[in-house]
Design a protein around this ligand. Structure first.
Ligand code: C2E
Ligand code: CA
Ligand code: CA
Length: 728
């Protein structure tokens, strides 16, 4: 025996030596005898501390004493196999303490052989790695949550997953649920395996928590060691017993701002004594739930933004289209209404956008509350309109005039102030034959024509509306070329002295012979030009041609007549109107007394100060002015006194109603008043001898109308004037 051989230990010696060594280590050590069915022969102090088992419990027993519900038996098998083969091995193991608490243990195994190479003992060192395993579980859960959020997982599934993870990762068997609260800390929803049954308990626990907890306490976990003894469940003993519940832990879930948005509740079937590591775990899992809640809240907000008009809280048009398209696909048909408060712009001027939003949302609510519209879809269409689709069958269709009147009978309120509105409504029909886009377009067209009428009006779409819009668009698209190619020209209509029948002067009326469109009536192109700010181009074109005519007559030594040029209000108020007009008159060297400007009486003339200044400037230069269409719409005899027009033109509508005694009296007053103000009154549209006589009797000086002459081309006027000369 050499020195080395002498030192070889006997089996007992080896065992003794191993025990000595294990006693000194600060990790848990178990010595197992593979020859005696893997029974435990030794445990050190650290092991006893870690598992709660004593030497007596363990010696002669096997490691399976530490197994429990969630212990993975595959691990156990691997360990056994490696022991049998005598190879070194390391694994993580889910084990249970004597008191039922579970923990993660990292187990390394060392094979001890005698000098013959026979396996004598296995030394297992064990380390509690619960903390790092929890962290890993959390990281995995976090990944899971992110993943299922990414994949569009439901809120329920994400919450369920969190509950499952808590229940399985947690060191003790438990039921976990998540209770979410609303802004007022009332229970919103509960998630988790037993949530339905435990809901009552959860709610109760929560209410209690809120009752006992001042805010400071609520933000910390609530631990109830014995549910049956606690006031939390006084009235829920049945549930506690049914599920054999012993303890409850509740961990508040806080949002990013630190406000409580929910609670984790964990119900244990055994007595539990939370350790630091458990509390840490709870603290770490709460932010994952917070993250999921926040994500879904944001998603909801985005959804809301995508389908809701934020300002009014109404559905937006996108949502309207989605619903209606589905209905049309299902064969539905009905009416579409686009509704605009007539006073929308005034409301915006007085109360701002918010006022407009407010009126639209009140309007929508009122419409919705009427039985006719009960099943209809209502949304905001544009900033000033709402859109309604009713689900009537086509046979029942009628225009709900009464209903729209009803929603107007009471005032609307903005900032507590009463606002009365009228409604402009455009309506059309949608069905499987008419696409939604087409139906909305039609209702829009109908609304445009409703907007032209005073008061509350419902206009039904009909094809002619589209045609007239198309016609206007057509006119507009050819207009500029018409101006450029000098396609506009004046026709002259004589103004006649009622006493003598002599031609006193003329009015120039614009005509358009378009190369592409043919003859276009003024009734069509004048409004289009006015609405698009182009009317000044027409006025100037006519003015210039009149001046050219006068210059030609002047040069030919013929008598000149005064010609009235029609000027639209927008042109009249243009800053350079006076200057440009004077320049043009000077350019043709025409005496300004042969020019008169006819300005249509309109609401714009209400700006008396500006109008007066312009009229005075023109007068100063020697150009006369006339107020056209007097008596239509905006008549205000009062401002007549302030505006120094030389002429007042009594509108044809008055002349047409001369035999109505009241109308007759009005005309008489106008004529007298104008004569007092040194204005010449001209009656327009005289068509009969009777009208002629009556106007003469009322003191009217000048007349114009088909009874005397129709508007005529300049060449014809030259002929007419030449004839009259020869007669004289
Ligand atoms: P207005 O200035 O009131 O012109 C009188 C209109 O009545 C003219 O229509 C004329 O042809 C028509 N008229 C004259 N006598 C009779 C009559 O006895 N019976 C009937 N039924 N009608 C009669 P017109 O030429 O179609 O012009 C329509 C309107 O277009 C004008 O009304 C005027 O407001 C506007 N307008 C015409 N030319 C111009 C222009 O160069 N510039 C501007 N801004 N507006 C113009
Ligand atoms: Ca006129
Ligand atoms: Ca007129």
């Amino acid at each position: 025996m050499n020195e080395f051989d002498k030192r070889i230990l006997s089996d007992d010696g080896l065992f003794f030596w191993l025990c000595q060594m294990a006693g000194q280590l600060d990790s848990a050590v178990v010595i197992i005898n593979p020859k005696k069915s893997f029974t435990i022969e030794y445990v050190n102090q650290m092991f006893m501390y870690m598992t709660g088992y004593s030497e007596t419990d363990m010696i002669g027993s096997t490691l399976s004493l530490l197994h429990g519900q969630h212990t993975d038996m595959l691990n156990e098998k691997d360990l056994q196999e490696s022991i049998e083969k005598g190879v070194t091995f390391k694994t993580s193991y889910f084990l249970y303490r004597k008191d039922g608490f579970s923990f993660w243990s990292e187990v390394s195994h060392l094979a001890m052989r005698n000098q013959l190479g026979e396996l004598q003992y296995c030394v297992l060192t064990m380390r509690d790695v619960t903390d790092s395993m929890n962290v890993e579980a959390l990281i995995e859960l976090e990944r899971d949550v992110y993943f299922s959020l990414e994949k569009g997982g439901t809120f329920e599934s994400v919450m369920g997953n969190i509950c499952d993870t808590v229940a399985t990762t947690f060191s003790k068997e438990c039921h976990c649920s998540i209770v979410l609260l609303d802004e007022n800390e009332r229970v919103l929803k509960i998630y988790g395996e037993l949530c339905k049954d435990l809901k009552r308990l959860d709610e109760n626990a929560l209410l209690m928590g809120i009752r006992i907890g001042d805010m400071g306490r609520l933000h910390k976990p609530i631990i109830i060691e014995d549910l049956l003894k606690s006031e939390y469940c006084e009235s829920h003993h049945d549930l506690v017993k049914k599920y054999h519940l012993v303890a409850l832990w509740a961990q508040p879930i806080l949002n990013m701002e630190g406000k409580i948005i929910g609670v984790f509740t964990m119900y244990f079937k055994q007595h539990v004594d939370p350790k630091d590591i458990d509390l840490k775990f709870l603290n770490r899992i709460a932010p994952i739930a917070t993250l999921a809640v926040k994500y879904f809240d944001q998603k909801k907000a985005i959804r809301r933004l995508a389908y809701q008009d934020v300002a009014s809280g109404l559905n937006n048009f996108e949502r309207f289209k989605n619903i209606l398209n589905e209905m049309i696909a299902d064969g539905s048909a009905g009416h579409i209404y686009i509704v605009k408060p007539g006073e929308y712009q005034t409301i915006i001027d007085l109360y701002g956008r918010r006022g407009g939003d407010e009126v639209l949302s009140q309007l929508a609510n009122r419409v919705q509350s009427l039985s006719t519209f009960a099943n209809s879809i209502i949304a905001r269409y544009t900033h000033s309109t709402i859109i309604v689709a009713t689900r009537l069958s086509l046979r029942e269709m009628r225009i709900p005039q009464k209903e729209f009147d009803l929603v107007l009978s009471d005032p609307y309120y903005i900032d507590g102030k009463e606002v009365y509105v009228t409604l402009k409504v455009g309506t059309s029909i949608y069905s499987t034959q008419v696409t939604l886009t087409e139906a909305v377009h039609r209702a829009d067209t109908a609304l445009s024509s409703a907007l032209k009428v005073n008061g509350t009006v419902i206009k039904k779409f009909d094809q002619s509306l589209i045609e007239s819009v198309e016609q206007e668009m057509n006119v507009l698209s050819h207009f500029s070329r018409g101006i450029k190619n000098s396609e506009f020209f004046p026709m002259l209509q004589p103004k006649v002295n009622l006493k003598t029948g002599e031609i006193e002067s003329f009015e120039a009326l614009a005509r358009w012979m378009s190369a592409e469109l043919g003859f276009v009536t003024p009734a069509l192109f004048i409004p289009v030009a006015e609405n698009t700010g182009n009317i000044y181009k027409v006025d100037r074109a006519i003015f210039q041609k009149v001046l050219q005519w006068q210059k030609k007559r002047l040069e030919a030594g013929l008598r000149l007549y005064q010609v009235s040029i029609n000027i639209s209000p927008s042109h009249f108020y243009n800053a350079s109107f006076v200057e440009n007009s004077i320049a043009l008159i000077k350019k043709y060297c025409i005496d300004p007394k042969f020019i008169k400007f006819e300005i249509t009486e309109s609401v714009e003339l209400d700006n008396v100060l500006r109008a007066k200044k312009i009229i005075n400037e023109l007068q100063h230069f020697g150009v006369a002015t006339s107020i056209d269409d007097f008596g239509v719409g905006y008549s205000s005899l009062s401002y007549l006194q302030e505006l120094p027009f030389e002429e007042i033109k009594i509108d044809k509508s008055f002349v047409d109603n001369l035999c109505d005694p009241r109308m007759n009296a009005v005309i008489k007053t106008i004529i007298q008043l104008s004569s007092n103000l040194n204005m010449v009154s001209v009656a327009e549209g005289i068509e009969t001898e009777q009208q002629h006589n009556e106007l003469k009797k009322l003191g009217c000086k000048i007349g114009q109308g088909y009874y005397y002459y129709k508007p005529m081309p300049i060449e014809q006027i030259d002929v007419l004037l030449a004839e009259q000369m020869t007669v004289q």
